[in-house]
Design a protein around this ligand. Structure first.
Ligand code: SF4
Length: 163
C-alpha cells in the first residue's frame, strides 16, 4: 500500500509543478529566478541613464531585464527601453545581458537582442533628448519696445525687459 501512496504523492507533485508552469507561461512569466520585481531602480551617472525594469530574472550567469506591455506587438520604443535596462544592468552588475524580454498583452514573450547597434542607438537617443531638454530650458530671446515693457504685467518676472 505504501508504494502506491508514494506514487500517488509523486504524481500529485508532478501535476502541481505542471500546473504552476502552465500558469506562469499563460501569464508570460518565463523560466529563471526572479531577482527583482519592479523594486530595483537602476541609475548610472556615467551614462546619465536611469530605469526600473518590471522584472529582472537570473538565467545562469546573466541577468535579463523584462518589461511587460499591454501592446500587441513590440515597438522600437520598447526595444530602446530594453536597451537602456541592458546598459544599466551591465553597469551595475558587470555582466552584459545578451538580450532583454518584452512580454506582450497576450502573454507572448519577445526577445530583444542587446546588439552593439541597439546600445549605440540608445546612447545617441538619450543624448538627443538631453540636448533637446537643454534647449527647452533656455530662454527664447525677445526684443520688445521699452514702452511696451514698461507697461507689461510680467516685467517683474522678466529678465529681458527693455527700458
Ligand atoms: S517685459 Fe518682458 S515679457 Fe514684458 S513685454 Fe517686455 S520682454 Fe516681453
Amino acid at each position: 500500500m505504501i508504494p502506491y501512496l508514494v506514487l500517488a504523492a509523486a504524481l500529485l507533485g508532478l501535476g502541481l509543478i505542471l500546473l504552476a508552469y502552465l500558469g506562469r507561461s499563460a501569464r508570460g512569466l518565463g523560466s529563471g529566478e526572479t531577482v527583482a520585481l519592479d523594486d530595483v531602480s537602476l541609475f548610472s551617472s556615467r551614462l546619465k541613464l536611469a530605469g526600473r525594469p518590471d522584472r529582472i530574472i537570473r538565467q545562469g550567469d546573466v541577468l535579463i531585464p523584462e518589461e511587460w506591455k499591454s501592446a500587441k506587438r513590440v515597438t522600437r520604443g520598447h526595444e530602446l527601453q530594453l536597451g537602456v535596462y541592458c546598459l544599466l544592468i551591465e553597469e551595475k552588475y558587470g555582466v552584459r545581458p545578451p538580450f532583454g524580454m518584452v512580454v506582450l498583452g497576450n502573454g507572448s514573450r519577445v526577445e530583444v537582442k542587446n546588439t552593439d547597434a541597439l546600445r549605440a542607438e540608445v546612447l545617441e537617443t538619450a543624448e538627443k533628448i538631453r540636448r533637446h531638454r537643454a534647449r527647452l530650458e533656455a530662454e527664447i530671446p525677445v526684443r520688445q519696445p521699452a514702452e511696451k515693457c514698461r507697461r507689461c504685467g510680467q516685467r517683474g518676472n522678466c529678465r529681458q525687459a527693455a527700458g
